[in-house]
Each structure stands twice: as C-alpha cells, then as structure tokens.
Design a protein around this ligand. Structure first.
Ligand SMILES: NC(=O)c1ccc[n+]([C@@H]2O[C@H](COP(=O)([O-])OP(=O)(O)OC[C@H]3O[C@@H](n4cnc5c(N)ncnc54)[C@H](O)[C@@H]3O)[C@@H](O)[C@H]2O)c1
Length: 257
C-alpha cells in the first residue's frame, strides 16, 4: 500500500510543493488547509490526493480531517503565518494569532497524529517547518521569530517523547524562499537582487529546495536522524559576522583586495 502523508498549509506556497513532490514520490496525499479553494486546487492537480479543510489550531477539526483521511505515515506541519510590525506597536491579537498558528498548530496536529499512530501500533515520521528566523530574529517580525525558535524546540521535545514509540520528528529551517509569504518582500527588485547577492549560494531558495529536504527527513534514508533541524538557506545564517568591519591588515589582505 502507498505510504500516506498529510501536509498542512498545502493549499499554496511551500506546502503545495511538498504535496506535489510527495505525490510524485508515490505518497497518497492529504492537502490540509483552512483555505478550501486552495486545498481543492492543490489536491485536484495531484494523482492521489484529498483536500482536507481544517484549521491546524482547531483540535476537533484536525481530528475530523484524520477521521476522513486515516492516520498518515507522515505529517508535515507546514502551515504558518507572519504579521510584520515593530514590537512596540505590535497588537496583541496579531501576536496571539501567530503563536496559535505557528506553535500551537504543530502541537495539536503532531499530538493528534502521534496518538493515533501509537494506538494503531504503527511507526511514523513528522517534519515541522521552522525558519532561519528561529535562529536569527528577523527585524519587525513580532511573534514570528519566537514561534519559529519554539518550533525547533518543540521538534526536540516531540523527538524525545515519541522516539521510543517509533515516531521520528525533525524540522526544516528554510532561508529566503522565492515563494509563499516572502512574495511581498521579494516583489521589490532591489531587495530581491541584494538578498540574492548576499546569500553565499548566490540565489534565493525555492519551494522545491525545502520540499526535497522535508521529504528526505521523512524517508527511511533518514532513519537515524531524530530531533534535528536541517537549515536549508544557501548559507544565509552563517553570514552574521560577514557584515562586521575588520582592519584588512589583520588578515594579510592587501588594500583593494
Ligand atoms: N516563504 C518563505 O520565505 C519562508 C521562509 C521560512 C519559513 N517559511 C515557513 O514555511 C511555511 C509555509 O510558508 P509559505 O511561504 O508557503 O506561506 P503561504 O502563506 O504561501 O502558505 C501558508 C498556507 O498555510 C495556510 N494556513 C494558514 N493558517 C492555517 C491554519 N491555521 N490551518 C491550516 N492552514 C493554514 C494558508 O491558507 C496557506 O495556504 C510556513 O510555516 C512559513 O513560516 C517560509
């Protein structure tokens, strides 16, 4: 029987690409999204997929989706939102909404799938989509960076609690991805060009880069990888010291080099 996967937030962006690559890899796919039209459109474009309309923050709705689809072998907690505003002006409602979707949602969905896998005596794998913002805070990103750091720790917490029951849990931390929620930022041609040039790999990331990493972590090839966060960012988070001034003489670099 085909392995099954549920991808949350798979109506658009990175989640839709994870769903597409999973389907190409032979998975039966559950496309879970609160945007019904988007969920249906992704599911209809795939060979063996079902739209599951639910909010990841609603435990009852998530249980309903699992009743309809069955317990998946793999869960990708991808749904996420961002609300940009300096902390001093950040509305509480925005803060709570981001915490709810980005941190509570993966807990609710992960718990629901793990409970069922354990009750059915099956093993499985979960991948949580974090962000490099969970490692290096993004300016004016409000609760987004703290929640993405939380996703990295939630991943480790799930891994130590559920590993003994045969459920591996890992995370992917995407960098600057030319898709989904980054679209408004990357619509500015100068921002786009500068971000690309400052990335050691000299390009923006794609949804396909993230999907490949997520599906590798779910696969048997990653059988001994557990509690890990795989940074997929072309090297961006490693550039933190690159912008700091240094006297050229220290490095024996001739002036002008
Ligand atoms: N795009 C990037 O540059 C980038 C970088 C780092 C991390 N990420 C992370 O990747 C993930 C996907 O982001 P994206 O860029 O594809 O964004 P996106 O906005 O294109 O997609 C998010 C999807 O999640 C759905 N969604 C939102 N709240 C939901 C909920 N409560 N229940 C169910 N579905 C819900 C939306 O309807 C949408 O289809 C997010 O977790 C995001 O934080 C994105």
């Amino acid at each position: 029987m085909a392995r099954s996967i549920i991808v949350t937030g798979a109506g658009t962006g990175i989640g839709a690409e994870i769903a597409r690559q999973a389907a190409a890899g032979g998975y039966r796919v559950g496309v879970l999204d609160l945007d019904e039209a988007a969920a249906r459109s992704t599911a209809q474009s795939l060979p063996d997929a079902e739209a599951l309309v639910a909010s990841t923050t609603d435990a009852q709705a998530v249980d309903g989706a699992l009743d309809a689809f069955g317990t998946p072998d793999v869960l990708v907690n991808n749904a996420g939102i961002v609300r940009f505003r300096p902390l001093l002006e950040h509305p509480e409602a925005d803060w709570r909404a981001v915490v709810d979707v980005n941190l509570t949602g993966p807990f609710i969905c992960g718990r629901a799938v793990a409970r069922r896998l354990i009750a059915e005596g099956r093993t499985g794998s979960i991948v949580n989509i974090s962000s490099i913002n969970g490692i290096a805070p993004g300016p004016n990103s409000g609760a987004y960076s703290p929640t993405k750091a939380g996703v990295i720790q939630l991943t480790r917490q799930m891994a130590i609690e559920w590993g003994p029951q045969g459920i591996r849990v890992n995370s992917v931390a995407p960098g600057i991805i030319d898709d989904g929620m980054s679209a408004p930022v990357l619509a500015d041609p100068e921002v786009r060009a500068t971000r690309s040039a400052r990335t050691p790999s000299q390009r923006l990331g794609t949804a396909a880069d993230i999907a490949q990493a997520a599906l590798w972590l779910c696969s048997d090839d990653a059988d001994y990888v557990n509690g890990h966060t795989l940074v997929v960012d072309g090297g961006v988070v490693s550039t933190v010291l690159a912008g700091m001034p240094r006297p050229a003489s220290i490095d024996g670099v001739a002036a002008g080099n």
